[in-house]
Design a protein around this ligand. Sequence first.
Ligand SMILES: Nc1ncnc2c1ncn2[C@@H]1O[C@H](COP(=O)(O)OP(=O)(O)O)[C@@H](O)[C@H]1O
Ligand SMILES: [Mg+2]
Length: 294
Amino acid sequence: MGKKIIEFRDFSWTYEGTDFKALDKINLTIEKGEFLGIMGENGAGKTTLCRAINGLIPHRFKGDLGGDLVIDGELDTFDTPLEILTSRVGVVGSDPSAQFLRGTVEEEVVFVAENIGLPVSEIEERLHSVLKTVKIDEKFLQKAPTDLSGGQKQRVAIAAALMGNPEIMILDEPTSQVDPVGKEEIVEVVERLCCDRNVAVILVEHRSNEILEVADTVILLSQGKLLLKDAPRPFFANVDLLLERGVYPPQIAQFGKKVLTDPFFSGFNLDPDDLPMNVEDGVRFIKRILEYQR
Ligand SMILES: Nc1ncnc2c1ncn2[C@@H]1O[C@H](COP(=O)(O)OP(=O)(O)O)[C@@H](O)[C@H]1O
Ligand SMILES: [Mg+2]
């Protein structure tokens, strides 16, 4: 971490044919190796923010742009050709099948690397390292991508994106169409991208428990505006604001908030800044209440 890799400066975007800003004066800096979680209700602008980072906005979508978005301190996405931007940013969406066009897992994963003209030896080296990162066994290489489980497909999609050695990985609701076990596996792999590869990870995810565990920073988007940016715990402590904006904080935080604001507990000296966020916190919280009663 440390070096700025993405910098939004008063960035606004209005899609052609609409009369509202899908992104409205966004100011946001993301560092190398940082894990950013993006939350917000449907239509908040999450996907639009992702499209801006990989240059699809303004290069593939039509509309009005305001402000700047600079990658790596030097590439303004407006002036930089799309090919240069896409070589630095890997993208995984919610439907991996949509991007699988080839016959085998191996062909799928090496496609990006072949496309940028890497030598075969380099491709093989990257392939082994990438498969390790995403925990896909080499015996899967000759399978058809369609024969894999939802979680495996997404990890293959992540592997394919990693073959280009991106500095930024965007995952836009990668777990939304996957069963619970598959979801866990994806998040576990995504978390390692920051730590093992020093990639800036941008994850759009609706499940706050997951974001709490993995993100360094979380932002709340609502109607194109950036309303909150904080570390996960202080972020999810804004229970009322989040609920109002269609984001569900961890249920135990909602429970804690109810307890703290219930007059019955007003004399209990519970610290309002000490909301429980996970199960372990919840146990401590209950203990404090019981101790008070003794
Ligand atoms: N291609 C498009 N053309 C016009 N409006 C769009 C387009 N894509 C998204 N929008 C609008 O921009 C707003 C933000 O959309 P989006 O970024 O997809 O939200 P989210 O990913 O948070 O659900 C929404 O009101 C949506 O209808
Ligand atoms: Mg979206």
